[in-house]
Design a protein around this ligand. Structure first.
Ligand SMILES: Cc1cc2nc3c(=O)[nH]c(=O)nc-3n(C[C@H](O)[C@H](O)[C@H](O)COP(=O)(O)O)c2cc1C
Length: 203
């Protein structure tokens, strides 16, 4: 596999977890890759740019059990500007909940897009606890799986990979509650305020 285009499709790409996951991938992929991030204005340019690559890796967060709207909009534009020959496509999806399977539908959305448009779907990595794992002692587990994804892409041997933290759901919920409560406190926001839609107006 010669040229890999890594597209960070998070709506908050410059400060995203997807950026951190992309950076780890880029480190393992060596010189044969290039990183891009989607923004509202560059969908057409990036769609055209896919012509220069053999493989596209879509890196994105799970939003409401699906792909984020930035990625959806990109796919609509890409569908009208698909290169020939078609590059193959892999995905690295991360979600807030503990279970990697939460990403299943989002990965299937991309897989279906590929099937419909004659793009070979290659590998997938589903990351659970994606907001947290890199800042815990389990970070090495995520790094290892990203390396595995990279190897699968470079060797053109499709793989289905997943990773999460080895915690019980109850412990994870407890740890997440403490983390977000302390985070809110840091910015003068109470737990009650965080439970309302007003939190959107504040940010
Ligand atoms: C609007 C919104 C919707 C989300 N929906 C889900 C969801 O359905 N399931 C889930 O596990 N995490 C969900 N999350 C959590 C994100 O997937 C998680 O925070 C992820 O690490 C964000 O990645 P990013 O920093 O690359 O954007 C959601 C986050 C936001 C902001």
């Amino acid at each position: 596999m010669d040229r890999i285009m890594v597209i960070n499709s998070s709506p908050r790409a410059p400060v995203s977890n997807s950026l951190k996951y992309s950076q780890i991938f880029l480190k393992y992929a060596g010189a044969r890759r290039q990183y891009f991030r989607l923004n509202r204005k560059n969908h057409r340019r990036l769609a055209e740019k896919t012509r220069d690559f053999d493989h596209i890796l879509l890196v994105f967060p799970l939003y409401a059990d699906g792909i984020p709207v930035t990625l959806l909009n990109f796919l609509k534009i890409w569908e009208e500007n698909l290169p020939c020959p078609r590059p193959s496509v892999s995905v690295m999806a991360n979600c807030g909940f503990l279970e990697p399977r939460q990403n299943d539908t989002a990965v299937d959305m991309v897989r279906l897009f590929c099937e419909k448009n004659g793009l070979p779907f290659a590998s997938s990595l589903k990351i659970g606890g994606g907001e947290a794992i890199l800042s815990t002692p389990f970070s090495f587990m995520a790094r290892r799986r990203i390396k595995k994804l990279c190897r699968a892409i470079l060797r053109q041997k499709p793989a289905r990979i997943q990773v999460t933290m080895p915690l019980s759901p109850r412990l994870f919920a407890k740890a997440a509650d403490s983390y977000w409560t302390a985070y809110g406190q840091k910015y003068g926001t109470s737990k009650e305020q965080m439970r309302t839609m007003d939190i959107e107006k504040q940010s």
